[in-house]
Design a protein around this ligand. Sequence first.
Ligand code: ADP
Ligand code: GLC
Length: 479
Amino acid sequence: MRILHVASELFPLVKTGGLADVMGSLPPALANRGLDVRVLLPGLPGVLAGVVGLKPVMQIGPVFGAAVVTLCVARLPDSGLPVYVIDAPFLYRREGNPYVGPDGHDWSDNHRRFGLLGWVAAHLASGELDSEWAPDIVHAHDWHAGLASAYIVQNPGLKTPTVFTIHNLAFRGIFPMECHHDLGLPMRKLTPHGIEFHGKISFLKAGLVYSSKITTVSPNYAREICTPEFGCGLDGVLRDRGGDLSGILNGVDYSVWNPADAKIAVPYTVDNPEGKKACKAALQTEFGLSTDARGPLFAVVSRLTSQKGMDLLLAALPELLRDGAQLIVLGTGEGDLEAGFRYAASVNPGNVAVYIGYDEEMSHRFMAGADVLLVPSRFEPCGLTQLYALRYGTLPLVRRVGGLADTVIDINDESLAADRATGFVFDDAARHALGARIRDACEFFRNQDAWGRVQRRGMRQNFSWDDSAAHYEELYRSL
Ligand code: ADP
Ligand code: GLC
């Protein structure tokens, strides 16, 4: 079975969040099951620089406002999987964030940049671009690849089934209606039953309406997005497609996220966890935090946005600091939140430290050095950092929402007695609820034996891709 995965980012080539992690590890996991998997990516600078053995397959420009568009094929680093790269210098050779320009605004031609991605996927499916390989199924991820299925159904002779995975429903890929002139989609698609969304166009909605199957990245989020609270205005569409919608939990690439590797101060394992203490001391020292604090070291590795509940955390900070705990933050995002965390660090030297930026290696040091990882999200399709934290013996403290609810088992008398607890869970998206659970964590930290038992249980959890990849394969076979 030949599967083409279509997405805008892939670790380690280009990464802004969890989508890249999934793209870096799901396709190889499917290939290990014997599927013939290829990936299609836009030729962003990180992609062109990071793939191996890039060679042209076909010249396809001018199209989508680009004079020169070349479809190339190469290999992914590490897995060696074949990858198609759309080299369109005018559209893609821009440094920095793949979606946003240096002025902080989305690139004004994003509809062309990502329209082209879906369009090339459809033409690969039709067999017109590569005479040696065409997919049996096209699997598109998030709004950037949302038009793939719209272009595929536009061709009545083309029967390739499609799967569309929602990694984040909040990013709907919305553009002014006029943009349709650049996309080559027929007028009859521009209705509320098609890609029209409140007088505009939504690429994500195209994925929801025209794909054969829809998945999202946790079973709980699959239920939540069918409600007005989490549906981002698309819950009606999702309820209509309910029979074709399912949730498949993301996995973790444990070859990348592993406390036994050399990216951290002193590697450790579940049977020999001593190194974690040294990792904590190293992290505290690196960031000028005092090494004799009484309470736990709380950490954040996250986009600093309201999705992630970072405003709640700032508001709950007095609660956190009351009992001698510490906070360390690695993230970038909304300006006021960045400023809020910077300010918190400046007025709490030795107890709060903040690194505003994006740093992959540092994120491993955070996972290893922290006692608790905070993920107080307002919504969370899956969330990967809580899974990474578990493997590093760092107890996650999460809100009971989306994939966080599916993956962390709350510490309470019952779950402790049953040997099931893995972290701290709270319900309301309110600073008091978060603050109260933070204080519970500080209290629980005083019982180091019980803490150690929960740590070890977390480290033994298995969220590898094996199960999830099997579920995707089953879905493909049903098509
Ligand atoms: P999302 O995709 O919504 O941002 P996930 O939890 O699925 O959330 O994935 C986030 C990914 O991005 C993780 O791999 C996390 O370690 C990484 N990450 C987030 N912020 C940073 C940062 N500032 N520096 C390094 N890695 C980060
Ligand atoms: C999105 C979601 C996150 C999920 C990731 C990978 O960015 O916000 O919850 O883990 O995609 O699927």
